[in-house]
Design a protein around this ligand. Structure first.
Ligand code: AMP
Length: 194
């Protein structure tokens, strides 16, 4: 297995009766590499087998929430679209609200936006101007940390509307793409480092 980036804490999440090593082994077996998707040369990290397994899905979001219990998280922000799937149960586990960070033109209310570069192309993220206030303590959640451009743009959006980013949590990080460097100085949690 690849080594964790230096600013990436692989925390002990000790969910009552699910030893972390056993959870990570089951996660690693379930995560699926899809070569040449959506473009030649990209190895897509497919999390759908994790989501389809009721137990593994619940344990995964519990493990992602665990380091943030008792840390005053008021909102969990999920990045469209797979980030939504993980962020919503994490928000409920933490007793926090959910904030969608969406692709361009999808949000109905007044929004702020940021352009960013992807591993494959460019894109724009948007967030409602009133989704957070200066009292908001926000955990950012997405499925995969690749180059880090998406998460860095999402953090900037949260801060633009006044929120404080307490941490960034990912199911999986692709170490070779060095996304942790774009999130330098931020608290970073990753379950699986590929
Ligand atoms: P990046 O901005 O390069 O860190 O890309 C992260 C975002 O793009 C996340 O929302 C991921 O869902 C998606 N993504 C980028 N690369 C991959 C990949 N190889 N497999 C799956 N999702 C990816």
């Amino acid at each position: 297995m690849a080594r964790a980036p230096s600013n990436c804490r692989i925390r002990s999440t000790s969910i009552a009766d699910v030893p972390r090593a056993e959870l990570l082994a089951r996660l690693s077996r379930a995560l699926r590499d899809v070569p040449d998707f959506p473009k030649p040369g990209i190895v897509f990290k497919d999390i759908t087998p994790v989501l389809a397994d009721a137990t593994l899905f619940a344990e995964t979001t519990a493990a992602m929430a665990a380091p943030y219990h008792g840390r005053g998280i008021t909102h969990v922000a999920g990045i469209e679209s797979r980030g939504f799937i993980l962020a919503a149960p994490i928000a409920q586990a933490l007793g926090a609200g959910f904030v969608p960070i969406r692709k361009s033109g999808k949000l109905p209310w007044r929004s702020v936006g940021k352009e960013y570069a992807l591993e494959y192309g460019t894109d724009r993220l948007e967030m409602h101007v009133d989704a957070c206030t200066t009292d908001s303590q926000v955990l950012l959640v997405d499925d995969v940390l690749a180059t880090g451009g998406t998460a860095a743009a999402a953090c900037a959006l949260i801060e633009d509307v006044g929120g404080r980013v307490v941490g960034c949590s990912f199911l999986l990080a692709i170490a070779a793409l060095r996304g942790h460097e774009r999130l330098r100085g931020r608290s970073l949690d990753v379950l699986v480092v590929a």
